[in-house]
Design a protein around this ligand. Structure first.
Ligand SMILES: Nc1ncnc2c1ncn2[C@@H]1O[C@H](COP(=O)(O)OP(=O)(O)OP(=O)(O)O)[C@@H](O)[C@H]1O
Ligand SMILES: [Zn+2]
Length: 652
């Protein structure tokens, strides 16, 4: 092993490798490569944690696992397999989630540094906070398809994982999904929402009916359709209620979603001035055609599997009918008003989405997709590539040497790109950045502004959607700063059952109210300043959008032209009201890996003073903060990002 052969590693690194105790979080694609590298490098005391068991689908790239290991804990098998490379290593394996309370600050403090090989933002962010709390360096990494990255985070020296806002990439304007889809993914998201409206957890934010408040439409948008509607009073009840009333009659459902609603949209004249108008479909007269297909194997005549073919519309309607019936039966068998959960691996649910999205695509003249392609998009699957994981695993170890030596200023962020950049680099190295003083996690006094619609925001939404999902707080406790210390949210199980559905306004929460939020385990305190949305804003946001907006700090709420200049001081762009009008497809965690291009500084907003890379005084990294402009929208599989086409990355 490298550390055991004198002369292979520089002496100082050799000693550090031999004596360090380290933690790997995640034993998946990157984790397996990393663990193998660590034992071959000669690290002697390695701890590895993973909550999952091995699945057949892991075997093509997680090379520490074999078929006979399927069903066994990843961490245990990874340990056994890695020991075969080097039996002279102590590996401690935990089959557990790193977010469990037993992995507290004392647990972290035993390690020289921690390496993340995770696949979700909540766990990543949690480890980041635990490392900050215990002042242990963190090497963060990720891979997706041919893209990958490795970054270093050290309290008070470099930015933390949360210093840079990671946009929720897979967001689509609500009106695009409901009114003017232009890409297959819009129709797929709409179909998943339809599934939830009919059979799943119906969410007002996932409405599938035409959005008459679409700002692009004229004021009397949908007038003709509304007039029509008065003759058909059915349209005023919820989608689920209406479907139940007509006993999920497939023909009636088809007519509503693919004919009536489309006619309604057609009545919004403005929408179609520059677009191809949609064509309503008639159940009794369905074309036996496809809009134009894009299956990876389309155009070939050989016999194709059901998954590879693009289904003609008549076949889609047939599948629609069958799946509606099957899902209706399932729903009826659910006890106590239970609902169905959409799952890409559930064949019926997947057939339903394939059929609906293709019918909708046909209507809007959008390219149709095979079931296989639909599944990849609906499940946010992008192929994990073994070689990218291997490269990331290698870079983590190279970075670990610098971390061991505390050479922070040399701990470049590494971006593995999918093609060479203008500098002919496939791997781009970027200087580490100093902490963001306004970071809501590592800043001195973490504060955030939360703009809410007072008439819609409940305690449960605050807890689930804002604190846990957006802010990645695992077990939040929240107290209102009202002088009496009123507890709004408790991390104790069951303690907030009674008040979960109450609106925040029932607790006298109003403009300027401060909420003190903390997570005991993460040793994290955050003050949330409440700002109430104006009536206008709330009206605009009605139904199709989230009833809250997170803003980094209060100064960002001012009008755009009054934004402080970026000269030397950090500032984030105020979220544009329209930008914020988005529908997130919630069940996915995804990330765009930005690849800053140093020679394209015009495209980079310099947010701090620059210190040359080689400045070694105080051993700190360049005191520089740069941030690229966030992509305007991510409605396609790729995003124009600083003149580089960057694939949208779907991290499962
Ligand atoms: N909270 C957590 N605690 C411990 N391990 C976690 C946690 N969250 C995720 N992981 C682990 O991180 C690993 C990430 O690996 P990877 O990205 O290759 O995902 P995967 O689940 O193995 O692959 P795929 O999602 O493609 O099937 C997984 O093994 C997963 O179990
Ligand atoms: Zn930070």
């Amino acid at each position: 092993m490298a550390s055991e052969i004198n002369g292979l590693l520089p002496k100082d690194i050799q000693n550090l490798v031999l004596t360090s105790k380290i933690l790997v979080v995640g034993a998946g694609g990157v984790g397996c490569e990393l663990l193998k590298n660590l034992v071959l490098t000669g690290f002697k005391d390695i701890h590895i944690i993973d909550l999952d068991t091995i699945e057949v689908s892991n075997l093509n790239r997680q090379f520490l696992f074999r078929r006979e290991h399927v069903g066994r804990p990843k961490s245990h098998v990874a340990k056994d397999s890695a020991l075969k490379f080097n039996p002279n290593v102590n590996i401690t394996a935990y089959h557990d989630s790193i977010t469990e309370t037993k992995y507290d600050m004392n647990f972290y403090k035993q390690f020289g540094f921690v390496m993340n090989a995770l696949d979700n933002r909540i766990a990543r962010s949690h480890v980041n906070r635990m490392c900050l709390a215990s002042d242990i360096p963190l090497i963060e990494s990720g891979s997706s398809g041919t893209l990958g990255h490795v970054t270093v985070h050290k309290k008070g020296v470099t930015e933390c994982f949360d210093c840079t806002q990671r946009p929720h990439q897979k967001t689509f304007p609500g009106c695009t999904i409901r009114n003017t889809p232009s890409e297959p993914i819009h129709c797929i998201v709409w179909s998943k929402h339809l599934f939830n409206q009919l059979f799943g957890l119906a969410d007002a934010d996932e409405d599938v009916s035409p959005d008459s408040a679409d700002p692009e439409a004229i004021s009397d948008a949908g007038k003709a359709a509304l007039e029509n509607e008065s003759e058909q009073p059915i349209a005023r009840v919820s989608t689920r209620q209406w479907a139940q009333n007509c006993e999920y009659d497939p023909q009636k459902l088809f007519h509503k979603f693919f004919n009536d609603d489309i006619n309604y949209l057609l009545s919004m004249d403005n929408l179609w001035k520059k677009r191809r108008p949609p064509t309503p479909l008639d159940w009794n007269n369905l074309p036996d055609a496809v809009a134009s297909s894009s299956s990876s194997v389309s155009g070939q005549t050989p016999v194709l599997l059901k998954d590879q073919r693009v289904w003609p519309i008549a076949e889609c309607a047939e599948v629609f009918k069958k799946t509606i019936q099957a899902l209706k039966n399932r729903l009826e068998n659910e006890k106590d008003g239970g609902v169905l959960i959409w799952d890409k691996d559930d064949d019926v649910a997947m057939d339903f989405v394939t059929a609906c999205s293709n019918i909708r695509s046909f209507i809007f003249g959008i390219i149709q997709k095979s079931r296989f392609d639909t599944k990849s998009m609906a499940g946010n699957i992008i192929p994990a590539i073994a070689s990218t994981n291997a490269i990331v695993g290698g870079f983590i170890v190279m970075t670990a040497f610098k971390v061991l030596k505390e050479d922070w200023y040399k701990c470049n962020s590494v971006y593995i790109q999918n093609r060479v950049n203008v500098r002919k680099e496939l791997y781009h190295f970027d200087q580490v950045m100093a902490p963001n003083p306004k970071c809501y996690v590592c800043g001195e006094k973490p504060e955030i502004v939360l703009k809410i619609d007072l008439d819609r925001m409940t305690v449960r939404m605050l807890n689930e959607k804002v604190l846990k999902k957006e802010l990645c707080i695992i077990a939040p406790d929240v107290e209102i700063e009202d002088g009496c210390g009123t507890i709004l949210i408790s991390s104790e199980e069951g303690e907030m059952d009674d008040i979960g559905d109450k609106l925040l306004k029932e607790f006298k929460i109003t403009n300027g109210t401060r909420l003190r939020c903390d997570d005991f385990l993460q040793n994290y305190n955050l003050v949330i300043n409440i700002v109430i949305m104006s009536e206008e804003e709330s009206k605009d946001r009605d139904k199709s959008v989230e009833c809250f907006e997170l803003v980094g700090d209060r100064s960002q709420l001012g009008p755009k032209d009054e934004e402080p200049s970026t000269n030397g001081k950090e500032s984030e762009k105020a979220p544009d009201a329209e930008d914020a009008k988005v529908v997130t497809d919630d069940d996915d965690d995804l990330e765009i890996i930005a690849m800053p291009m140093p020679d394209e500084d015009d495209d980079i907003k310099v947010l701090g003073t620059k210190r040359p890379l080689d400045t070694k005084d105080e051993g700190t990294p360049a005191k520089k903060r740069r941030r690229a402009e966030e992509p305007v929208s991510t409605t396609s599989g790729s995003t124009k990002y600083m003149d580089v086409e960057v694939e949208t990355i779907y991290l499962e």
